[in-house]
Design a protein around this ligand. Structure first.
Ligand SMILES: C[S@@+](CC[C@H](N)C(=O)[O-])C[C@H]1O[C@@H](n2cnc3c(N)ncnc32)[C@H](O)[C@@H]1O
Length: 223
């Protein structure tokens, strides 16, 4: 979500003022995406800064992303990994939209991270399965999930297999603008998000923290 859920415009502006300045390509991505009808799908700037800090905390060198859109989150993660590892860092990017990811590619190229990103245009479950078949289980440090909500459980399972022990996966929109806390909301997306939250909490394979950053970030650390 392009602005964090539940924050006043004043607080959003304050966060922008005190967070590190966005890289020029991130700023262009945000400004140009704001003109698109689906602009609200983009993560907020403060969420991008938070994810960059997470990536740095664990020294991530290899990452995957499900849900690229116009590239803000992938660019933020790639820039943080490049700072630490140079061009040897790798990001597997999954999306189904040629139109939106063509924009993402422009920003990746502007920032010089295009050579680090392997974009796969296919349903993400297929792409992640192909990577597991290619014996990449346990090789990834970080994953970000931000696509179709009813697919989250399948990304959770595949992502957990791809992560190394101690690797971190972040799930976006886990508050779904508050809908998950409305007992009358039984829509498919809301039910999928609620059931993943409960599943992760009880899952002995992971440590979990549910946060109210952005539209709700669930942070999963593989044991
Ligand atoms: C919320 S947007 C991602 C926003 C992005 N993370 C950002 O920072 O701007 C969701 C994206 O998921 C993609 N998507 C939807 N269903 C998908 C699927 N089954 N497999 C892969 N990508 C999918 C959409 O095309 C869209 O670009």
């Amino acid at each position: 979500m392009s602005a964090s859920f539940g924050l006043s415009p004043e607080v959003v502006r304050y966060l922008a003022d005190v967070n590190p300045a966005e890289h020029a390509a991130l700023a262009r991505c945000r400004a140009e995406t704001a003109r698109l009808p689906m602009a609200r799908m983009q993560i907020s700037a403060e969420q991008g800064a938070f994810m960059q800090a997470l990536v740095r905390m664990i020294g991530a060198k290899r990452a995957f992303e499900v849900g690229v859109f116009t590239g803000y989150s992938s660019l933020a993660v790639a820039l943080a990994m490049r700072d630490m590892h140079g061009q040897t860092a790798r990001l597997l990017a999954c999306d189904v939209s040629e139109e939106w990811t063509a924009k993402a590619y422009e920003y990746w190229r502007e920032a010089g991270v295009d050579g680090m990103i392997d974009l796969n245009l296919a349903p993400a479950t297929e792409t992640l399965d192909r990577r597991l078949q290619a014996r990449e289980a346990g090789l990834y440090d970080f994953g970000f999930i931000d696509a179709d909500k009813t697919g989250y459980d399948s990304y959770y399972e595949r992502g957990l297999s791809l992560l190394r022990p101690g690797g971190v996966m972040v799930f976006d929109n886990m508050l779904w603008s508050g809908a998950v806390a409305d007992p009358k909301d039984h829509s498919a997306d809301t039910v999928a998000l609620r059931s993943l939250a409960l599943k992760a909490r009880a899952d002995g394979r992971v440590h979990v923290a549910m946060t109210a950053i952005g539209d709700g970030l669930m942070i999963v650390v593989k044991r």
